[in-house]
Design a protein around this ligand. Structure first.
Ligand SMILES: [Mg+2]
Length: 172
């Protein structure tokens, strides 16, 4: 497979974060998660976590996972959300650059081979995570209402996803 598609291919593809099998991750030696915010944890610009999400984070922590939020969205938006779930965060992250992921590894005190990236976008979360050498997990975006720039990128994502499914890299 040509390199660019390799970098766009997630290691794992889930419908939602709630399908994440924490025991399986632990068996892979993963104990830290860098998660995206918009359309991964909640809908785009949805300010607050619901009870189910708070419980999900509690469960991760109970399993010994270190978690940080890394988002390209504004500081106000990300800080407000992160405070409510008690997590460190990086806003205006400029994913798919490697620097925000590296910074998150520093904050968490974890190595790249023990860290997973969780996100809904191939061209930011998956590409950035793969470039940094992390285990990448793609989820289906929560809410179709999105930033205009993202909507354009989604069209390109569809082409990549179709290619990956055709090549058997991810399940259809
Ligand atoms: Mg997102």
């Amino acid at each position: 497979m040509i390199t660019i598609f390799k970098k766009l291919t997630p290691n794992l593809y889930l419908n939602t974060i709630y399908e994440l099998d924490v025991d399986k991750l632990k068996k892979k030696g993963i104990n830290a998660i860098i998660t995206d915010l918009d359309n991964t944890l909640v809908g785009w610009n949805d300010p607050n976590p619901d009870a189910k999400l708070v419980k999900w984070f509690d469960n991760l922590r109970n399993h010994g996972f270190k978690v940080a939020i890394v988002s390209n969205n504004s500081e106000n938006r990300v800080a407000h959300f992160a405070k409510q779930v008690g997590l460190p965060f990086i806003s205006k992250a400029q994913k798919p650059r490697r620097s925000p992921f590296k910074k998150a590894l520093e904050i968490l005190g974890s190595k790249k081979e023990e860290t997973a990236v969780l996100g809904d976008q191939i061209f930011t979360d998956v590409l950035g995570g793969n470039r940094t050498g992390l285990f990448t997990i793609l989820v289906i975006p929560i809410n179709p209402k999105e930033f205009i720039g993202t909507r354009i990128v989604r069209q390109c994502e569809k082409i990549v996803l179709r290619y990956l499914v055709k090549k058997g890299r991810i399940p259809s």
